[in-house]
Design a protein around this ligand. Sequence first.
Ligand code: NAD
Length: 254
Amino acid sequence: MAIYPELKNRIVAITGAAEGIGASTAHAFAEQGAQLALIDINDRGIDKVIAALSPSRGKTLAVRADVTDAASVAAAMQRITGELSGLDVLINCAGGYGRLATVEDMPLNEWDQTLALNLRSVFLVTKAAIPSLKQSKAGRIINVASISGRTVFANSSPAYGAAKAGVIQFTRFLAYQLGPAGITSNVIAPITTLTPRVAALRTKEDVERIAGEVPLRRLAVPEDHAQAMLFLASDGAAYLNGVTLDINGGRVMM
Ligand SMILES: NC(=O)c1ccc[n+]([C@@H]2O[C@H](COP(=O)([O-])OP(=O)(O)OC[C@H]3O[C@@H](n4cnc5c(N)ncnc54)[C@H](O)[C@@H]3O)[C@@H](O)[C@H]2O)c1
């Protein structure tokens, strides 16, 4: 793993940190000695992640919050910036969707819930974090979108794809509006990733078929994204702003 000495003691908040890519990102920042606020609706899950983090981590908070709920987000951010004395890096990773769907078979409540989890959440958490990020010497916002927000090449969820495209464009607005305050904003767009949840859902044949369409001939693993987010938080990425990093093994090139 790459080592970024400047990340030691940086205060990093990660949403969706109890599972998958968010949990892997928590491990990567813990290895660097960062201070962590792990935000998730699943408090038992966060406790499990914290119990397995590297002992090199700095002070670490478990923060139970629903990222779709404004009051819950406000309380979480107040606690984090109070107990960890500020915020340097915000990673909006909570997201996902329940099933493959078509526009024709999608009820309005599914559309609303998917937009809330994937787009409203990013607005709420980011807005609550901005005052503290403005106080940081190296404020960073890293959002997690998806290849589904970049293009359509396989069945997914139209609500999810629309929300993730929204996250990408929202990130560009953040880059434009917060750049003068010294905060960078960037977004990653992962391909299907072998998180424990995805691995349980997909058959071996599915995985081989999808991997066969990727020039690197494998699906992503959560660490691929965690490493990219370490770099985006590092001093070496100080002049990257408004960038979408496609982490897809070359499956879609744009
Ligand atoms: N896994 C993939 O194949 C893949 C591909 C592209 C993009 N992504 C994106 O990466 C991110 C992480 O995906 P993952 O597969 O690791 O997810 P996951 O399902 O493994 O974990 C998501 C986490 O978010 C938490 N969460 C859900 N609703 C919440 C809420 N309302 N408030 C707070 N926390 C909540 C869950 O408890 C869980 O810990 C998501 O934004 C997802 O859209 C994932």
